[in-house]
Design a protein around this ligand. Structure first.
Ligand SMILES: Cc1cc2nc3c(=O)[nH]c(=O)nc-3n(C[C@H](O)[C@H](O)[C@H](O)COP(=O)(O)O)c2cc1C
Length: 197
């Protein structure tokens, strides 16, 4: 059974409902073994030609890189993400080589593939008692320079991972939003046949 109050009309695997994006984290330190398990889960995501274009740059809250990673988020995200255990920047390789070839060509699906990897990481986090909160509220230009990301790689998003904490640590406006959200009905997204607007 899912532990959230999210409503579903079909027998969805409970893990999908239990994953959500809290902002109140408990500021605990995450063991490297747990973080490695998240990256291992991400590794098993499918990708075009099994090219695995995702890359992860990370900092633990008690590590030397924490402050400069946190500083790359927009201030509104810094405000709550500073309580997380780990910050991760997710990159994708915009170039790929066909199997058996060294020649690089633009990848059609680098972001799609990295998105699959992020979801695997997030679900594994939930399964281990953490939550992973994605963010595009990032200073992407500064992040590219600060993290020495080559032009060839797209910085997709940042992720804050941690154990859920008490929402009283958040400003009042965020406390009110600290609950799993709902979704549009299936018929807004899935159409038999042609596109429907
Ligand atoms: C790519 C991406 C970017 C996001 N950017 C932010 C962000 O900058 N700040 C924030 O507080 N939440 C951010 N979120 C969290 C979303 O608002 C959240 O996933 C969405 O409202 C659905 O809620 P749920 O994850 O709790 O199911 C982001 C999520 C994703 C996947």
């Amino acid at each position: 059974m899912p532990t959230t109050s999210r409503t579903v009309t079909n027998p969805v695997e409970p893990l999908f409902l239990d994953r959500w994006s809290p902002r109140a984290f408990d500021a605990s330190v995450m063991p490297q073994a747990d973080l490695d398990t998240l990256f291992d889960a991400a590794r098993w995501a499918p990708s075009a030609f099994n090219y695995q274009p995702w890359r992860f740059l990370y900092a633990h809250r008690d590590g030397a890189d924490w402050d400069r990673f946190l500083d790359l988020l927009v201030p509104a995200n810094q405000n709550w993400a500073r309580h997380a255990s780990v910050l991760i920047f997710i990159l994708s390789d915009t170039q790929m080589a066909s199997p058996g070839s060294e020649a690089l060509r633009p990848s059609h699906s680098h972001s799609f593939d990295a998105g699959a990897a992020w979801m695997a990481l997030a679900l594994q986090a939930t399964r281990l008692g953490y939550q992973a909160h994605g963010m595009t509220g990032v200073d992407f230009d500064r992040a590219r320079t600060a993290l020495a990301v080559p032009d060839r790689f797209r910085i997709e998003a940042a992720v804050a991972v941690g154990r859920q904490g008490d929402k009283s640590i958040l400003p009042e406006a965020l406390q009110a939003r600290e609950t799993p959200s709902e979704r549009n009905p299936i018929d807004r997204h899935a159409f038999a046949g042609n596109f429907v607007s």
